[in-house]
Design a protein around this ligand. Structure first.
Ligand code: SF4
Length: 289
């Protein structure tokens, strides 16, 4: 198992075997994202992927979960992905689920037949960064997809039998656009009703365009209180059914877990309590990406 560059995966894939099938992100333009800035995007050579799978099958034959990296590995053509999934299925007899990151376009550009075939071959969950439901914010931070395209992608993946996990990024609307960002993000995720939903909190990373905008005073990051207010407003506006919501990522000030909208009142009470008790919050130095 060999890796090149920075490897990231969702918290829920912590136990998974990570198989790198692409290097970097095919979009690589979001102004807040430092992850693949130095990496030239390219699909990984198939020969290397096959070697890695054989190696992993020898070392970890009881693997149950696999996560395909990097940034949006679902951008690979359906045929290549089917071949890789087929190899994984053959090589790991206990395999239960394969996860992958995707942009909305990676799903919208594939046919339902292709997505269903991927699901049959084990692609069980797709992780998508909506980041914001506010199209002005999405344009400003140079996300690839509009909120409408993201809604369409999530609904399509669900129709094809794939679990969906959607991420929103608190703080991305800045101080001035905070509540609008929360409200429109809640509206978009309510239209998607994903199986899983998580909120991360924006951290400004030196070297990114958004960091430079912040340095020049063109972007104002909400403070901790503002982030909690935004999180509260987001949860209050969500209309969801049976959606597992988590803020367990290390960037967040307050870890929450519940099922929305069933647990909405309980989560709002925890946020209200935390806004008076700073000891409930993750200290700044312990936050991370
Ligand atoms: S699509 Fe995702 S991985 Fe690619 S630049 Fe944007 S946030 Fe980063």
């Amino acid at each position: 198992m060999r890796y090149r560059g920075v490897i990231i995966r969702p918290p829920s894939e912590a136990e998974s075997y990570i198989l790198q099938v692409t290097y970097g992100c095919s979009h690589n333009a979001c102004t807040f994202c430092p992850t693949y800035k130095g990496t030239h995007f390219q699909p990984r050579p198939l020969r290397e992927i096959e070697e890695d799978i054989r190696m992993a099958a020898r070392m970890m034959p009881r693997t149950r979960r696999v996560f395909l990296a990097d940034g949006n590995a679902l951008c690979l053509p359906a045929e290549s992905l089917m071949y890789i999934l087929g190899l994984l299925k053959e090589s790991f007899p206990y395999l239960e689920r394969i996860g992958i990151y995707a942009n909305g376009r990676d799903i919208n550009d594939k046919s339902e037949k292709e997505l269903r075939s991927l699901a049959e071959l084990g692609m069980g969950i797709v992780y998508l960064g909506l980041e914001s439901g506010d199209d002005d914010v999405l344009r400003r931070v140079r996300k690839l997809d509009s909120s409408e395209e993201m809604v369409r992608a999530v609904l399509k993946a669900k129709r094809c039998g794939i679990l969906t996990s959607v991420i929103v990024l608190l703080g991305l609307g800045g101080r001035e656009g905070s509540l609008r960002h929360a409200e429109l993000s809640a509206r978009a995720v309510s239209m998607m009703n994903p199986h899983y939903l998580s909120a991360l909190t924006l951290m400004l990373v030196p070297g990114t365009p958004l960091y430079r905008q912040w340095e020049r005073g063109e972007f104002h990051l909400p403070d901790t209180e503002g982030m909690l207010r935004e999180l509260r407003h987001f949860i209050a506006c969500c209309q969801l059914e049976n959606c597992v919501f988590r803020t367990n990522h290390a960037s967040n000030y307050l870890p929450l877990r519940g099922v929305l909208s069933r647990d909405r009142d309980r989560l709002l009470e925890i946020i209200d309590e935390a806004s008076h008790r700073p000891e409930m919050l993750r200290p700044e130095y312990m936050r991370g990406l």
